[in-house]
Design a protein around this ligand. Structure first.
Ligand SMILES: [Zn+2]
Ligand SMILES: [Zn+2]
Length: 405
């Protein structure tokens, strides 16, 4: 039984330009119903900051950092202690070089707010976009960033009003960034199937269930079959490389304080953003009560794309399901793959709340409905994903399932 675990990524504290202490942030995460959070202060892994990594009031707090060059090209970096090291990577390196170094160490690299813009130029709040959209090798892309979208619609005049009414009327990930993501995840025809640790080829006869659906008695090692990339060949199976490029959301929470009308206002308090931008991990079992295995489970699910994300202000997406099944009775979820066979496959979405549901193949819509379930016969190999909208606004996005030929 898959456990859906809500949490939040991309959070700033007093260790850089946020205003919350780590204790306050963990407390607000718990009040918002989150099970885990991923901290990312700018260019720091200060020992006292790393020392806070742990389980606080039931919330698993993992500590990474935001690799922050001066002119944009920000990147969120998470990983096991050995992969992160004790110091953040030099922010003056070229971004492609940084991705390579961090990837080789086994760190997770997510390009942060790549399409950041400003509707009205504000010298005090410039945009920090990602510049090189030909880059490869990052583990994921932050498709939807709460602060970026908020700031994009900001003007000097609407500043305060806008700050008090956040999280409504959101536009969602930009078309440009979604197109980039879909293009990276387009399967390369005829590429080799993922190979397990034992060298077993993930061909039609091999098990291809997602880890979530793997029988309990299956050897843990064979789960590597489920996800293209690790333990196998590095030959590209997708336009973006050997593995799916993972999509996540980020809060970019800072809880900025501003003075206006004779008092201090907190813009986007942590509690408010934690009740909005949520990443739901698909775990084999609930998070362990000890830090090390809990951190590993979180990093693994994020790294494999076993997650979906939603704006909870439009309703809790907890329990959203997206699966693909073939005629042989095998099923996979987000982040998994199945070999494309002549017998075809069916893709299916099930939502905990009524929504406008779309299934997309390589970025093109193949089915749509309004309701709680949507199923469609897959018309061919490709990377399939689901979008869900509520009240005319973007609500939930899944990571892809690949059908590989
Ligand atoms: Zn940033
Ligand atoms: Zn940030």
């Amino acid at each position: 039984m898959t456990h859906h675990s809500p949490g939040a990524l991309h959070i700033h504290s007093v260790f850089s330009d946020g205003t919350g202490t780590l204790e306050e942030i963990a407390r607000d995460a718990r009040r918002a119903g989150l099970e885990w959070i991923g901290m990312t202060d700018h260019n720091t892994l200060a020992p006292t900051y790393r020392g806070f990594e742990g389980i606080h009031g039931g919330v698993v707090v993992i500590v990474g950092y935001e690799w922050t060059p001066d002119d944009g090209d920000h990147m969120l970096v998470y990983g096991e202690a050995a992969a992160l090291g004790t110091e953040p990577l030099d922010p003056t390196l070229a971004p492609a070089e940084a991705i390579g170094i961090l990837g080789n160490r086994g760190a997770l690299t997510h390009i942060a707010h790549p399409d950041e813009r400003r509707g009205v130029a504000m010298p005090s709040l410039p945009p920090y976009p990602w510049h090189d959209w030909q880059v490869r090798g990052m583990r994921g892309i932050e498709l939807w960033n709460f602060m970026s979208e908020w700031a994009e619609r900001l003007t000097p005049r609407n500043r305060l009003l806008h700050a008090l009414l956040p999280g409504t009327g959101l536009r969602g990930p930009s078309d440009r960034v979604l197109r980039w993501w879909d293009d990276l995840n387009r399967p390369v025809a005829g590429a080799p199937f993922p190979v397990a640790h034992g060298g077993r080829v993930g061909a039609a006869e091999a098990p291809a269930d997602s880890p979530a659906d793997w029988p309990a008695d299956a050897p843990a090692d064979s789960r590597a079959d489920a996800v293209p990339g690790p333990g196998g060949s590095d030959e590209p199976r997708f336009a973006g490389g050997a593995r799916l490029t993972v999509g996540v959301s980020g809060t970019d929470a800072h809880a900025f304080r501003v003075r206006a009308f004779g008092r201090t206002w907190t813009i986007f308090p942590y509690l408010q953003v934690f009740r909005a931008f949520t990443n739901y991990l698909l775990l084999d079992e609930p998070l362990p009560a000890d830090l090390e295995p809990a951190r590993s489970a979180i990093l693994r699910a994020i790294g494999e794309g076993r997650l979906y994300f939603a704006n909870r202000r439009l309703g809790d997406a907890l329990g959203l399901e997206f699966t693909a099944g073939d005629s042989g009775g095998r099923h996979v979820g987000s982040g998994g793959w199945l070999p494309w066979k002549s017998g075809g496959a069916q893709v299916r979405a099930a939502s905990p709340l009524p929504a406008s549901l779309r299934i997309l193949r390589d970025g093109e819509e193949i089915a749509r409905t309004h309701g709680r379930t949507l199923a469609a016969d897959a018309p061919g190999p490709g990377s399939y994903r689901v979008e869900a909208w509520r009240f005319g606004e973007p609500w939930a996005f899944t990571n892809p399932i690949a059908l590989l030929s």
